[in-house]
Structure formats: structure tokens, C-alpha cells
Design a protein around this ligand. Structure first.
Ligand SMILES: Cc1ncc(COP(=O)(O)O)c(C=O)c1O
Length: 390
């Protein structure tokens, strides 16, 4: 049986898998079993910030695995402590909670907001339409897209979604009962839409008036991808809480919640926890990921190459206005909105050995490893042009 036949035989039918069968990865490339090299602009869905086969990452993983793989959160663990210190000191957040994934980080954020709000009679969580926060019930309660939600309800009470960037709806929905407003500054799965300046300034005024929490989902946009360590830095926000995951563990499952001083007393021992969260190997990997992104130039590279990429995509929009609507995003988190369904383009790019994906039916999404170079951009643009023109 082929790998795909085995998958059909034994797996729940939850994924549409790509046709290639991977042998291994190298830098920006995935190599299939026949030795074909695929330029990977999906990067494990915004996870593989360092690309494939980073030697420092591999040896940090092997080194920690030889010491201990898991001991449980009954113990303090050196790799967790080191990563926590690095992240808190660099980001100016007070405390961290480690979990395993983006959706767990969303769940934790929701629990913190509710617990905090309970003491103040604030119970409502406002989030955005078209957002993505994960697949568990709390996350789904903060999302509106029926493709993810239909048939799984009922959902949590007091969770309301408003159209992204709609300041009148924001004004009409926030009040003394609002515990938190939670959103992505750049919606990822939703098709790469950025928060507007007007929305941010209205939010800040309302926060001053009603005293709710601002919580930002940096799961996809965080850790340097947009050219700044967190996407909220582009918009002058100062969130009370942020969620992180995807690139944090270098491909191993690792998520985190970072909180400011005002939230440090909300949770007490036993109120929240996890068996695997903050796995020591994932945290050891996380230290290398941070170091490469911040100290070895990958964040700067994301800004520089991302800018070049966006300019090239813009010229493609100018060249092909009948076929392409616009380009959006920052750094190496970019979306190209077509005027037709993008699935066929994704398939043709794959035939040309370039891996991209399509969100929201018409948006080609680029979330490559942050090691991407200009030559990879040129190859992508040239291939895209050839494919889109006919
Ligand atoms: C912005 C955002 N938040 C949360 C999640 C959920 O992360 P996970 O799949 O690790 O649960 C995702 C996943 O795509 C995401 O893009």
C-alpha cells in the first residue's frame, strides 16, 4: 500500500493531504521519496521558522532527550526555566504558562479572563468574526466561521463575535460587563487581514473606560514572522495577555500564555495545568528558536525578505489586475487575494515543486520559514506568474 492508501484505511477523514510523500527536509526544501525538491512556503503551517534540519535545533533536542524526556510539572525543569526567563525578559511580560498548542493557549486565556472577570462582575468575551483560535470548544466559542463550528454546539455563553475592524460594533458591544477582547492583529486562517489603526485606537479608549482585558492571539503572527517579535507591536497595542504556539517549540508541540502584572494573581495552584505542557525537549528547542530569530537575524530577515516579497507580489497585482485583487500582510505572513478560487493554483504550484496553501477560498497564503531568501521569492513569483497568466 502507498502512504496515501494506508492513510485512507486507518485515519479519521479530517485532512485533505497533499499528494507528495516526504522523505526529509533541508533548509527551505522538502524532499520526496523520489528525490524531488519542493520549495516550502507553508513551513508546517507557520511552524518551521528555522526551516528544516537546523543543526543547533537537532542537537539541542538530542541533548535534552539524553537527559530526560518528561518528568511532569510536579518538578521544576531547567529548559522550562531558561525559556521562561528569556521570553519574559525579552517581551516585558511578567509570567508565563506553558501548554502544548495554540488552542490550549486560547483555552487558558479564556479561563484567565473569566476568572479575572468573575471577581469584577465582568463575564463577556468579545472576539472577531473570521478569526481562528483553535478547534477545542472554548476556542470555537470565540469564533464565528460555521465551517469549523456547525454541529458541535452548544457553545459557551457570553462569547460574542463582532465583524473585524468594525468600530461601531465594538462600541456597541463593549460595556462594564466586558471581561476581555481577544483577537489576532493579523488574521491568519481568515485570509491575512490586518487590524486597522482606527480599531486599535477605539479599543484603547474603550479599555480605559470599561477596564476590560485586551488579549492578542500571536500563535501564527508571533515570534518574528511579521518583522517584529509580536505583531501587536506594529499597531501600538499593549495587551494584558498574549497567546503563542506554532514556531515556539521548533516543530515540537509547545504553546504559551504570557501575562502582565495585573493578571499574576488570578490563578492559584490546581486551578489550571497540563501533563505535557512545557515539555523539556520542546523548551530546549524553544531556546534555539528564540536565539536564531532574535539574535541570529531571522526576524530581521523576515522583515527584509518579506518586504521584497510583498513588493514583488504587488507588481504581480499591477500586472494582472483581472486575476488578482490585492496583497496583504507583513513580513513573511502574506496573502494574495485572487479573483477566483485558489485551489487550482495551489495544485499547479505543487506540480512546479512549490508548496503554498489557500485560505478562505481565494487567498494564497505564504508563511514560509524565516530563512527564506530573495532567490526563493523570485522563483515563487516567476512560477506564480506563469501559472496565473493562462
Ligand atoms: C491564530 C491561531 N490561533 C490558534 C491556532 C490553533 O493552534 P493549534 O492548531 O496549535 O491548536 C491557530 C492555528 O492555526 C492559529 O492560526
Amino acid at each position: 500500500m502507498t502512504m496515501h492508501e494506508l492513510e485512507k484505511e486507518y485515519f479519521l477523514n479530517t485532512y485533505n493531504r497533499l499528494s507528495i510523500e516526504i522523505s526529509h527536509g533541508e533548509g527551505m526544501y522538502l524532499i520526496d521519496k523520489s528525490g524531488n525538491r519542493f520549495l516550502d512556503l507553508l513551513g508546517g503551517v507557520a511552524v518551521n521558522a528555522l526551516g528544516y534540519s537546523n543543526e543547533r535545533l537537532i542537537s539541542a533536542i538530542a541533548d535534552q532527550a539524553s537527559k530526560y524526556i518528561h518528568v511532569s510539572n510536579y518538578f521544576v525543569q531547567q529548559p522550562q526555566l531558561e525559556l521562561a526567563k528569556i521570553l519574559c525578559e525579552f517581551t516585558n511580560y511578567s509570567k508565563i504558562f506553558f501548554c502544548n498548542s495554540g488552542t490550549e493557549a486560547s483555552e487558558g486565556a479564556l479561563k484567565i479572563a473569566r476568572k479575572w472577570g468573575q471577581q469584577k462582575n465582568k463575564c463577556e468575551i468579545i472576539s472577531m468574526e473570521n478569526s481562528f483560535h483553535g478547534r477545542t470548544m472554548g476556542s470555537l466559542s470565540m469564533m464565528s466561521n460555521l465551517d469549523y463550528k456547525e454541529g458541535f454546539g452548544p457553545y459557551l455563553e457570553n462569547c460574542k463575535q463582532i465583524p473585524f475592524n468594525d468600530i461601531n460594533k465594538l462600541k456597541g458591544s463593549t460595556n462594564e460587563s466586558t471581561a476581555a477582547v481577544f483577537f489576532e492583529c493579523i488574521q491568519g486562517e481568515g485570509g491575512i487581514f490586518e487590524v486597522s489603526e482606527e480599531f486599535v485606537s477605539t479599543l484603547s479608549e474603550l479599555k480605559k473606560r470599561f477596564g476590560f482585558l485586551v488579549m492578542i492571539d500571536e500563535v501564527q503572527s508571533g515570534m518574528g514572522r511579521t518583522g517584529k517579535f509580536f505583531s501587536y507591536e506594529h499597531y501600538g497595542l499593549n495587551p494584558d495577555l498574549i497567546t503563542l504556539a506554532k514556531p515556539l517549540g521548533g516543530g515540537l508541540p509547545l504553546g504559551a500564555i504570557l501575562i502582565k502584572d495585573n493578571l499574576t494573581d488570578v490563578l492559584k495552584p490546581g486551578m489550571h495545568g497540563t501533563t505535557f505542557g512545557g515539555n523539556p525537549i520542546a523548551c530546549a528547542a524553544g531556546k534555539i528558536v528564540f536565539d536564531e530569530i532574535v539574535n541570529n537575524g531571522l526576524m530581521h530577515n523576515a522583515e527584509k525578505v518579506g518586504h521584497y516579497f510583498k513588493e514583488k507580489l504587488k507588481s504581480l497585482v499591477d500586472e494582472l489586475p483581472d486575476k488578482i485583487k490585492e496583497v496583504r500582510g507583513k513580513g513573511l505572513m502574506l496573502g494574495l487575494e485572487l479573483k477566483f478560487a485558489g485551489k487550482e493554483i495551489v495544485n499547479k504550484m505543487l506540480e512546479n515543486q512549490i508548496i503554498i496553501n489557500c485560505t478562505h477560498n481565494t487567498v494564497l497564503r505564504f508563511v514560509p520559514p524565516l530563512i527564506m531568501k530573495k532567490e526563493h521569492v523570485d522563483q515563487t513569483i516567476n512560477t506564480l506568474r506563469e501559472i496565473i497568466i493562462p
